[in-house]
Design a protein around this ligand. Structure first.
Ligand SMILES: [Zn+2]
Length: 321
């Protein structure tokens, strides 16, 4: 019997967890990320919690998996953060191996999320899935024929950065008209704020939820108001769902996976997101090209990448035992 360590380094929260040999979650520490602390602060927290979890483990801890919320050079096992200092080309796996004494594998959060859902969540029992995480931005990861597919530069599945319009809206990536600028949480909130200013009468419930200030409107409030029947909020949701559906139609047409798994903060809206997306995909479909790809919600919620990290660790442990 063995256990493994899983780490999820995110911009908002980080998590360190102990998982058993079948990928069951035994213990998880979850805390807010102190961005100003940069790399040194984060590494110190990981080390501290890893030591404490190992002391509590009933079985030997054999390997470590890490999900990183930023670009990961998978072959070199290095990471880079665009938002916090000290991470450029950092040898993450080597650090963990030297500091924790555990064989370690690192992947980015979208790929880790895909692996987590494939192994332990909504992708169980399938061969190929596309996992999409919709929160402040949009990321995606592929599992094809049972294996993660990362592509030549580790950029496979970057659905959020497909240019889908000549709108000229500048994306977080610096590109223009990316899908992310139409249906991320950020985009939904921005559009809702605009509508709340122009037509407050159509957004009364949203404004109530945001305490009357259009600038405080969040995507979660838009989904809540839409599900309660507010016309303006429902319009914003339908529009975002149509853009997302266009992106997912590309996924279906290109790769025809068994399932598309929707994760990330926006997917917490549940059926309020899923139903308009499915409906739009049906409308955009073809009477002669019958695709049976299912679109489903992630089952592991905020923990998809952490479970994926545990999966990476279990794969390593299986190689080394
Ligand atoms: Zn972009």
């Amino acid at each position: 019997m063995l256990n493994v360590l899983a780490v999820d380094i995110g911009g908002t929260n980080y998590r360190v967890g102990l998982f058993d040999h079948e990928g069951r979650r035994l213990m998880v520490v979850e805390e807010p990320t102190h961005r100003a602390g940069g790399r040194d602060w984060m590494l110190h927290q990981i080390q501290r919690h890893a030591v404490s979890l190992r002391e509590k483990s009933d079985f030997p801890v054999k390997a470590c998996g890490i999900s990183f919320g930023g670009p990961v050079d998978y072959p070199r096992q290095t990471v880079t953060s665009l938002h916090t200092p000290g991470w450029k080309d950092f040898e993450m796996a080597r650090w963990a191996e030297q500091t924790l004494g555990l064989a370690t594998r690192v992947d980015n959060d979208a790929n880790a999320g895909a692996w987590g859902e494939f192994r332990f969540g909504a992708g169980r029992g399938s061969r190929s899935i596309f996992y999409i995480t919709i929160s402040t931005g949009i990321g995606g990861g592929w599992i094809l024929d049972g294996k993660p597919f990362r592509g030549r530069d580790g950029l496979a599945g970057e659905l959020g950065h497909i240019p889908v319009s000549d709108s000229g809206v500048i994306c977080s990536c610096g590109g223009r008209g990316c899908l992310e600028t139409f249906c991320s949480a950020t985009a939904i909130a921005l559009r809702a704020r605009g509508l709340a200013q122009r037509k407050p009468e159509a957004m009364a419930r949203v404004l109530e939820l945001s305490h009357g200030d259009p600038q405080n409107v969040t995507a979660a409030q838009v989904f809540q108001a839409a599900s309660e029947g507010e016309t303006g909020a429902a319009f914003i949701v339908r529009e975002a769902a149509r853009w997302l559906a266009r992106g997912l139609m590309m996924v279906v047409r290109l790769m025809d996976p068994d399932r598309i798994v929707l994760g990330g903060g926006v997917a917490k809206a549940g059926l309020a997101l899923l139903e308009p997306v499915r409906q739009a995909m049906e409308e955009m479909g073809s009477p002669t090209i019958q695709a049976s790809t299912e679109v489903v919600l992630a089952e592991l919620g905020d923990y998809s990448p952490l479970y994926g990290a545990a999966g990476l660790a279990l794969d390593l442990a299986a190689q080394t035992v």
